[in-house]
Design a protein around this ligand. Sequence first.
Ligand SMILES: *Cc1c(COP(=O)(O)O)cnc(C)c1O
Length: 365
Amino acid sequence: MIPFLDLRNAFLDLRSELEAALTAVLEGGSYILGPEVASFEREFADFVGSARGVGVASGTDAITLSLEALGIGDGDEVITTPFTAIPTAVAIARSGARPVFADIVPDGFSMDPREAARAVTERTRAILPVHLFGECIDMGPFMTLARERGLEVVEDACQAHGAVRAGGMAGSFGRTGCFSFYPTKNLGAYGDGGMIVTDDEVLSGRVSRLRDYGRSGRDTFDELGENSRLDELQAALLRVKLRHLEGWNARRRELASMYSGELAGLPLELPIEEEEGSHVFHLYVIRTDARDALAARLEQRGIQTVVHYPIPVHFQGAFASLGHSRGDFPRAEEACRSVLSLPLHPWLTEDDLRTVASEIKDFYS
Ligand SMILES: *Cc1c(COP(=O)(O)O)cnc(C)c1O
């Protein structure tokens, strides 16, 4: 049996450090917006290369609060990709803005900047590219488009902690970068958590107020916010794990290149790391016309795979009111039919990786 993922691995490796961090918080008596959150905000923002970090309750909230802090909401449009985890679009809708989709590139999984440009209307306020599967996408064309059309850029970096391209880390290019610490992410908490990073101190101040009911002083509330705080326990655990993130990402890259070596020559599309370090392989996603048959065969042989994502966002019932139909974003729809994520995480053994690869080779022979 080769599981897709086993979230206990990091704990088993780091048990004594994690237990010490937990105990320190429990003994310290400060459980909300205390020293651990403040330190983790600093450390994570430093890591990304941004001036400020604001811890929030989830990646979804990081996106919603970014848009709200930028004054984006009712009547506004935000352009994003229909081939993403659904929270990207949920977060936009929760701000009051309308998610407007732009199809993905013909030869990959990211939003096509030309399609994004075509989707701009007089109501568009922001572009929200997603660094999907751990690949830091080329932000250049989106930054140019935003500059030309006077739009904000908010990055969904929820799957790409530590991916670097053209000298910048995913999350450091836009007005804000949004991160999730959902347990399965490359940097995962033991529960929910998220962070907004930004170079704009006015904006980070606004997000800090919005996440805390709208608090402007100890007892004053000048605008309506919500309760969306990263808690002390999660921050303390994430500080321990952050020190290991680059090592884990490096191992993910090694394993990904091993997979790609093993699977070369088969009738599959394999992921590519366009620049050294630009992909942190949150997921190792292959494409094949025989996806369902291959997944069924692997399952029979005790190998777990997952489809990220079988349904494009514009087909989900929650977004039916947007009025989309089949064929609106054909590349995203085709990706949903052909993608398959293979087991890949820092604790995957090379033996298990070769077993997965040889079962795939068997399937095609
Ligand atoms: C995980 C994820 C989110 C949402 O993060 P949560 O912490 O679960 O709210 C948003 N976008 C993408 C691309 C994600 O993978």
